[in-house]
Design a protein around this ligand. Structure first.
Ligand SMILES: [Fe+2]
Ligand SMILES: [Fe+2]
Length: 239
């Protein structure tokens, strides 16, 4: 990590400090992170609710209830994070900060009746790869800008573990699901490449320039993908 500890001027809000020290791009980047995390949490809460009546086991139902409950807390923490920077949550237009892909990706999951697709797309990919690498790195950015990201990261690890447990149950009991899992995994691997190299490329570069994330952020994200998918025995089939 290349970030240096920021010296604080107590008369400034953190928003003013970010703009002064890192520039407007860094401010926009930080708001982009918060806004997209916030709205993703709302989508995930609804997605958990959708699967609750379909899960028969008590343990598996409990996973969804705990998952959704954590996301309610996270949504609140993301909102608080923005306010803590000196930016009232309701005082800016959120729309320009929303990454189009995220809404589309969750919509695809929302209409899917394939449980293995939802587990791979949500718990493993969205939470276990994309959000996790961001949380891990921003939590350690040596700045006060990323409110409670360490706690959120810890709880996201739980959601990934829920996903791995249930995905392995589905795969063990249904050989057909394994074939679909391989296809979904390929789809998300391609998505990852397009995402890191397209829509997110500029933002990742700003984050690297500001020292908020490491220079090998993209490689680490790809390695995380392989690691997470190997936990359900899929990566060796895809490779
Ligand atoms: Fe979360
Ligand atoms: Fe989560």
């Amino acid at each position: 990590m290349t970030a240096t500890t920021v010296e604080r001027d107590p008369s400034m809000t953190l928003k003013q400090e970010i703009i002064e020290k890192y520039g407007r791009n860094a401010w926009d980047l930080i708001l982009t992170v918060y806004v997209n995390f916030y709205y993703s949490e709302l989508d995930i809460i609804d997605l958990c609710a959708r699967w609750l009546p379909r899960r028969k086991g008590l343990r598996e139902k409990n996973f969804l209830i705990r998952h959704a409950a954590d996301e309610v807390v996270h949504a609140r923490l993301f909102r608080e994070g923005v306010e803590m920077l000196g930016q009232p949550w309701h005082d800016f237009d959120h729309e320009p900060y929303k990454i189009d892909d995220i809404g589309d990706r969750f919509a695809k999951l929302f209409y899917s009746d394939d449980e293995i697709e939802v587990l791979i797309g949500l718990n493993l990919y969205a939470e276990g790869v994309l959000a996790m690498e961001e949380l891990v790195q921003l939590a350690r950015s040596n700045t006060p800008y990323f409110h409670q990201f360490e706690r959120i990261e810890r709880e996201e690890r739980r959601h990934v573990a829920f996903g791995i447990t249930v995905a392995n149950q589905v795969l063990d009991s249904n050989p057909e699901a394994r074939k679909r899992a391989v296809d979904h995994c390929k789809w998300y691997r391609e998505h990852l490449d397009g995402y890191l190299d397209g829509q997110l490329k500029e933002s990742i570069q700003f984050a690297m320039d500001a020292g908020f994330v490491s220079a090998d952020y993209i490689d680490r994200t790809r390695a995380r993908f392989d690691d997470v998918m190997s936990k359900i025995g899929i990566m060796e089939v895809v490779a």
